[in-house]
Design a protein around this ligand. Structure first.
Ligand code: FE2
Length: 296
């Protein structure tokens, strides 16, 4: 979220203490995801590479050096990868990207994180990268890196991103209608009414709604001390997650925002994937409805 930089702050002891709890959180998600997938190995040959050691090292802050990031299957036809934890105004933010495989084995890459050797191997095992997609102008940092690695992929700009990233040659701008590359497989809805427009996606095959920053779902104890208090007050923590309250307050055009939300709530959402926080694996539509209860 926002301008990112790697963070390795705090003492080794504090990082170790944090690692214990965060590793439990990290490992805890695996049974859920794998149970959801029936413990089936990837049908694509791409590995479910998410070893315990990698999780520990990531939580200790070594993700940028270990290159341990890899894909795991989130649902039918959709994979995700955890990026490094970044600092956003001093708040520790976990990051996440998504990869959707289209029927022609072309890959739709959403909000890509740093491209490690391992991640590239896993992506290449899935198919051919065709679409590099930024969901909002806050999620763009690694587009250039991925475009260099996959020069034939098309680059899609979120609203207002062209003006911000003049160094990138975008092929198209995201709008209300899905692009021909993913029409019929992935729906989309730009959420308007605020200073920042995020494009939310819905992957039909897996029933997954994909949010960047509009829905954040942190465990209540993810942030420590006063930051935890602020995060809970900000409405981005379980059990009542949603958009940050300062963002909610900027939706002055409620009519436009509600129209966007109606489009999202028309989707048969089963799962919810977000860039920051714990994914939701069941009854996603109810989750999204609760997250936007302030707007309904
Ligand atoms: Fe973000």
């Amino acid at each position: 979220m926002g301008e990112r930089r790697y963070e390795r702050s705090g003492s080794s002891a504090s990082r170790a203490r944090s690692a214990i709890s965060k590793t439990i959180i990290g490992v805890g998600i695996l049974p859920v995801v794998r149970s959801m997938n029936g413990e089936q190995p990837s049908s694509t040959g791409a590995p479910h590479a998410y070893p315990f050691l990698a999780i520990v090292l990531r939580q200790l802050g070594y993700e940028a050096r270990m290159g341990d990031v890899a894909l795991y299957e989130f649902g039918p036809g959709i994979w995700t990868s955890e990026g490094p934890i970044i600092s956003f105004f001093g708040f520790r933010y976990p990051t996440r990207m998504a990869v959707i495989r289209l029927p022609n084995r072309g890959l739709f890459v959403w909000s890509p994180v740093a491209l490690s050797t391992t991640l590239k191997q896993d992506v290449d095992a899935l198919g051919s990268v065709r679409c590099l997609v930024s969901p909002s102008r806050l999620h763009h940092l690694y587009l250039g890196e991925w475009k260099s690695a996959y020069p034939s992929a098309r680059l899609y700009a979120s609203p207002d991103l062209r003006a911000k990233r003049k160094d990138l040659a975008f092929d198209a701008d995201l709008g209300d209608a899905p692009e021909s590359e993913w029409a019929g497989e992935i729906d989309q809805a730009p959420v308007r009414g605020s200073f920042l427009t995020e494009v939310v996606f819905f992957h039909r095959e897996s029933g997954t709604a994909i949010f960047a920053d509009l829905v954040q779902n942190f465990p209540p104890d993810w942030f420590a001390s006063w930051r935890g208090v602020l995060a809970r007050l900000d409405g981005i923590c379980a059990p009542n997650p949603g958009p940050p309250r300062e963002w909610r307050a900027t939706f002055f055009n409620r009519g436009a925002a509600r129209a966007s939300l109606r489009a999202i709530l028309s989707w048969p959402i089963e799962r919810v994937l977000m860039a920051h926080g714990d994914p939701v694996c069941a009854d996603g539509l109810s989750f999204v409805r609760r997250a936007f209860g302030w707007l309904l």
